[in-house]
Design a protein around this ligand. Structure first.
Ligand SMILES: *Cc1c(COP(=O)(O)O)cnc(C)c1O
Length: 389
């Protein structure tokens, strides 16, 4: 058994702020469920932080993405362009909505490649009557779902242009990217998640801030945000009479979760500074040594949140899984990047396009410990252990 002192986890929460005080407020007030003022306070705080008029709390990033697709009108018979290199929760909601993903490869940001998406649209699709159709399947291609992988900014100007040209809704999975923003250029000041038609954040336990589990939706269409809220609360049209005007969901966040979220949000900028400092330490300690690279984030006019760090194994003699196992024995938790979704059990029949880079990154990336309470000493231990292996 590893002791607590010697085990270095991949990514764990950091509750050094007002978490206990705010959660205790919620318990003392007896508002622990989906009523209570902290949910609306947390919605207002995330709206203010992201510069959006409204934010809609929900019980996970996954449910937020489902609501985003429903609010966007994505439904049966439609196709959505989505990345293959991502967590499966980005894609499953497309199926929940009755639509099908078409998988697109990544660029060196690890996010969906706009060039590959453009090539797919040009080579395989056609526009008729203001809509885009996939020539092979005949399906209406209605949306682009872009993921800001590991807190990197996907190339939103390019995706906005594609969305405009091909009449696609632009959905941003910003579940990993709260705080990532433009610092220069035409989108200066805009946050990841707030540029497309609708965006979603996650507060799962491993994300940059956590509510235990939770999510938040923002939209540039006020009526979409309201519709998402309505769907998340059982589509209740009349509270007293229990009238429901469509099929809704119980996707609500609780007051307890929101209490945690309020305390976490207060610390977000500090967490991001910490993520940057540890990334820099890994970069200085490992990049260019032993056939290791630490993948860069594009910081040209962008402030990424640097949520997760990617060690790229350049040397073909590196054995990724052997390395992960050797690190585990030494009390260091790491993981490979996700298996590609077009290779997962239920997605093998979906179209997949321009996959080479995604396959390469899938084979060669190991994610390193990145908690916001990872100390400089522990980070150095990870570096030294990797250099010894
Ligand atoms: C975490 C995550 C989600 C889902 O968020 P949950 O809150 O865990 O449901 C969706 N997409 C990506 C890319 C994620 O990393």
């Amino acid at each position: 058994m590893q002791t607590r002192e010697t085990f270095i986890p991949l990514s764990v929460p950091n509750f050094a702020g007002n978490e206990k005080a705010y959660v205790s407020d919620a318990v003392v007030s007896e508002w622990v469920s989906t009523g209570g003022s902290k949910v609306s306070d947390f919605e207002a705080a995330v709206a203010a932080y992201t510069g959006m008029p409204r934010a809609v709390a929900c019980n996970s990033g996954t449910s937020g993405l489902h609501l985003a697709l429903l609010a966007a009108g994505v439904g049966p018979g439609q196709e959505v362009l989505a990345p293959t290199l991502t967590f499966i929760a980005a894609v499953n909601p497309i199926r929940y909505a009755g639509a099908q993903p078409v998988f697109i490869g990544c660029d060196d940001s690890l996010c969906m490649s706009p060039a590959a998406a453009r090539a797919f649209l040009q080579d395989r699709c056609e526009k008729r009557g203001g809509k885009t159709y996939n020539r092979a399947t005949g399906a209406w291609v209605s949306a682009l779902l872009v993921v800001h992988v590991f807190g990197a900014m996907a190339d939103l100007p390019a995706f906005l242009e594609l969305a405009r040209q091909w009449d696609l809704v632009l959905i941003e999975d910003a579940t990993e990217a709260l705080g990532t923003r433009y610092t220069a250029g035409p989108l200066v000041g805009r946050m990841a998640g707030t540029v497309g038609d609708v965006g979603v954040y996650s507060f799962n336990g491993n994300k940059i801030i956590t509510t235990g589990a939770g999510g938040m939706l923002v939209s540039n269409h006020p009526d979409w945000a309201e519709h998402a809220k309505h769907l998340s609360t059982q589509a209740k049209a009349d509270e007293l009479q229990f009238l429901h005007d469509e099929v809704g969901y119980n996707y609500r966040m609780t007051n307890l979760q929101a209490a945690l979220g309020l305390a976490q949000l207060e610390q977000l900028e500090g967490f991001i500074a910490h993520k940057h400092a540890r990334w820099q330490q890994y970069k200085a300690g490992l990049d260019g040594k032993n056939g290791y690279r630490i993948l860069d984030f594009d910081e040209n006019g962008i402030r990424p949140n640097k949520w997760f760090y990617s060690l790229y194994l350049e040397d073909p003699r590196h054995d990724r899984d052997g390395m992960i196992a050797a690190l585990k024995v030494r009390g260091i938790q790491t993981r490979p990047v996700w298996a590609l979704i077009h290779e997962q059990a239920d997605y093998g029949k979906n179209e997949a396009y321009a996959l080479e880079k995604a396959q390469d990154y899938r084979a060669k990336i190991v994610n390193l410990p990145c908690s916001t309470n990872l100390s400089e000493e522990d980070c150095q231990r990870v570096i030294d252990t990797l250099l010894e292996l």
